[in-house]
Write a protein that binds this ligand. Sequence first.
Ligand SMILES: Cc1cc2nc3c(=O)[nH]c(=O)nc-3n(C[C@H](O)[C@H](O)[C@H](O)COP(=O)(O)OP(=O)(O)OC[C@H]3O[C@@H](n4cnc5c(N)ncnc54)[C@H](O)[C@@H]3O)c2cc1C
Length: 535
Amino acid sequence: MADGYDLIVLGAGHNGLILQAYLCKAGLKVLAVDRAPLAGGGLTTVEDPRYPGFLHNTHAFFQRAITAMPWYTHLELERHGAVYIEPELNVVLLTKDGRTLEWWTDLERTVVSFAQFSRRDAATLRRWHDEFSPIVTKILRPEAQSPPLPPDERRAILERSASGRRLLEVSALTPLEFVHREFEHPTIQAGLLFFNGLREVDVRVRGFGHHIAALLSQPSKAQMSRGGSAALARALESAVREAGGAIRTMTEPRCIVVENGRAVGIETAWGEVIRARHGVASSLNPHQTFLGLLDEAHVPVAIRAQADAFKYNLIAPLFSLNLNLREPPRYKVAAARPELDHGFMVVIGLDHVDQFSDLIRHHEAGTIPPTIMWGACPTRFDSTQAPPDRHTAFMWEKTPYRLNGDARNWDTARDAHGREMLGLWQQHAPNLADAVIDSFTRSPLDVERSLPNMREGDLLIGAFTDGQIGYNRPFAGAGRYRTHLPGLYLCGSSSHPGGNITGLPGYNAAQVVLAELGITADWVPPPLGEQLGRL
Ligand SMILES: Cc1cc2nc3c(=O)[nH]c(=O)nc-3n(C[C@H](O)[C@H](O)[C@H](O)COP(=O)(O)OP(=O)(O)OC[C@H]3O[C@@H](n4cnc5c(N)ncnc54)[C@H](O)[C@@H]3O)c2cc1C
């Protein structure tokens, strides 16, 4: 029996590692366990076994505003090897008729691109950017970077200020209503909903009308990690180890050990009991944590029912096509404007806002929608991800998890679908016909196989529905990173503010755990109520 830890973290994805690093820096002895051979979770970079030197980021690649995250600075991740790149032409949407809608890191260039489609929409973009920038800075960012407030308390505080009231008013819309009300051009409407879709918010759900305005106002755009996404995982690991933390990979817990009504450790799949004085923090999903790892006797019936009812995102699952290339994709549109070949995120197959209702219908029916895909050629910006003079590129597409009613159908449908995606890609980048050295595909089922916390292929690990956001994420009674069981904390994407590489569930959980243990730290922001109260 191994002894002597203060806390055990389940899952060494980036959220688990961030929590662990903060706790270790505060002097606690923390162990992280993970079933995978390498820590990092969605921060995965693999080498093509058939072609050494070709690296592929099979999960997260586009990472929004990482260098602006508080944990990136506090944990000194650049000293631990992290390097980020933020390409100027951040997103380019290629339409069927050969036009481009562009998002640049420079707002003025984005406005010029919007104006090619609609002058009115260009002016609207600027208006929303200017109006929402302070709302992002003063409300939405502090909210994402703090343990959330109870909904009534939050509303009461926001109603006291003009910007708070404006946020509540815009939120009351659905994203679909927001784009239809504010913008006129169907391609611009489609592009804006696409960004909303990247956060997997259902475009038909009220309470999320502010999402697009918030995205338009973010000062920091999509970034990539030099050396591959896993380089951030290695930097986090280095920060953890330097602070005295231990990480055990290929270690799957069989159960959470509970004594006298308190979580006190774990038992591994092979029967080893590892104890921890202050308990366990789980970055896994509620099905795993409350139903898989806790004995029924330790979970009240109501909590079991809530965990069982936890919903995953219908339109989150991704299908990916990954290529090893002799040369980068050369897009037809770049013949007249060479800078377009340096677009970071390239979106293909999306022209009209109405495609979104079609996409949702296909997901509900379990059928493959007409392809809307987006991806990148990482080696355009980072030559370390392929051998000299060679390249890698990928495209992702939202496809249903249960293909024709059963996720296993992906194993037979996968390769043919990859060829269809390549066909569409070649229509925009004809050189791909001769440039491909090797390719592979991954389906939503493959995602769940490699990361079982991404149940049903949901890479955000829990839908953003009214009952599963903020204070009530993952569900009422388990919000704010605490559970019904003393000593059992939550720290993964099923908690506020949700999935993607933000590190904020881990960062916020660290605030809660340290407060509960009576440990003060100089990096902890003032309580959220106090921050919002200053508005
Ligand atoms: C194809 C794809 C593309 C994506 N693209 C992006 C993107 O471009 N940008 C972005 O921001 N996000 C992207 N994501 C989402 C992002 O990867 C996740 O939201 C993020 O990794 C969640 O972080 P986490 O730390 O909460 O969980 P994870 O990163 O999933 O980490 C959880 C860890 O728990 C471990 N684990 C699971 N089950 C067990 C168990 N039973 N026992 C022990 N350990 C266990 C896993 O091995 C894993 O290491 C993408 C995901 C996928 C699948």
